[in-house]
Ligand binder design. Structure first.
Ligand code: UFG
Length: 329
């Protein structure tokens, strides 16, 4: 069945991969993005409306025209460190923008939304793997902004019968296997693209801390392929359209890898040494974040395709090596 889907933030990394998958699966997609972080070249021609989420009236008007069956809401700021310096921007953009979007959805009678949430809602979990029922205790305005939107979504369900799925992402990584889309944040803060840049430019990356209580002293994360993450959004839309109730799901593989493991795999895949230095811990980094991902599998039938770290790195490398070196900082 072909669906009409409105995607906010569809010019960004995860949004663009999801748009591509939706189109491949025969759905009709409208992208809303203000291009403050995303890139026009990530969106197929004719699909992009350059619009800010703060413009409730324009969003409602667009939804009345396009009549989407559901919205997938990616648009938002994502940098934890930046949110510690500029919390007001994070609350205004992430919470204010989401509230405006939900208001427009009510005005246009659009009843379902899939929301980009994050593992950061759990803060520093007492143990791993992390279940959805673990305490919600974010340690950054970024994480808090996502918690606040999850809370809004609960109220919009209760009062306006607007149902939602919040997907709490672990570490989105990798790239479209065809090599046309990939991760392009500016500034880049994420481990894998920075490792690949280090290989390309020869400038060393800093490993943030090697004295954690882990097998090699570096932090453990659950790296999930961006296409598997994208597929979770499509399953979530189908679940909501099938009458599924508002819910929250982790999206991760259930397997953790250390920073040093990632460096080894990058070296294997690229055939080059990763130049790195070891520095102090980065403030706010939890020792380990690994998803218990059973709920998504059981309730939505999610089956990740690319669980091998090597495949994730290969796809990211296929993309990164096509970028002109002069475009790298
Ligand atoms: N790391 C380094 N050096 C770097 C960059 C990262 O050693 O230059 C390490 C970090 O310390 C961490 C791991 O690599 O141990 C992964 O770091 P990322 O910045 O790639 O990702 P995070 O786990 O910090 O953040 C991710 C998402 C956030 C989300 C968070 C949940 O990118 O959006 O998970 O806690 F909020």
């Amino acid at each position: 069945m072909s669906l009409r889907i409105l995607v906010t933030g569809g010019a960004g990394y995860i949004g663009a991969h999801t748009v591509r998958l939706l189109l491949e699966q025969g759905h009709d997609v409208t992208v809303v993005d203000n291009l403050s972080k995303g890139y026009r070249h990530n969106v197929p021609a004719g699909r992009l409306d350059v619009l800010d989420l703060a413009d409730t009236g324009a969003l409602a008007q667009l939804m009345r025209e396009k009549r989407p069956e559901a919205v997938i809401h990616f648009a938002g700021f994502i940098a934890v460190g930046e949110s510690m310096r500029e919390p007001e921007r994070y609350f205004a953009n992430n919470v204010g923008g989401s509230l405006s979007l939900l208001t427009a959805m009510v005005q246009a009678s659009v009843k379902h939304v899939v929301f980009s949430s994050t593992a950061a809602v759990y803060g520093n979990p007492h143990t791993n793997p992390i279940l959805e029922t673990f305490p919600i205790q974010p340690v950054s305005p970024y994480g808090e902004s996502k918690v606040m939107v999850e809370t809004l979504l609960g109220w919009f369900d209760q009062i306006h019968q607007l149902t939602s799925v919040s997907l709490r992402y672990f570490n989105a990584s990798g790239a479209d296997p065809a090599g046309q889309l990939g991760e392009e944040h500016e500034p880049e803060t994420h481990l894998l693209p920075l490792l690949l840049r280090a290989v390309i430019t020869g400038s060393p990356i800093t490993v943030f801390g090697d004295d954690y209580d882990t097998p090699d002293g570096t932090c453990i994360r659950d790296y999930i392929h961006v296409n598997d993450l994208a597929q979770a959004h499509i399953l979530a839309v189908e679940y909501l359209l099938g009458g599924g109730a508002t819910d929250r799901f982790n999206v991760g593989t259930g397997t953790g890898h250390t920073v040093m493991e990632m460096i080894r795999v990058v070296e294997e895949v690229t055939g080059k040494k990763v130049p790195y230095v070891t520095g102090p811990r980065r403030e706010g980094d939890p020792l380990s974040l690994v998803a218990a991902a059973g709920k998504l599998r059981t309730k939505l039938g999610w089956r990740p395709q690319y669980t091998d770290l090597r495949t994730i790195v290969e796809h990211a490398w296929n993309f990164a090596k096509t970028r002109p070196i002069e475009s790298l900082p």
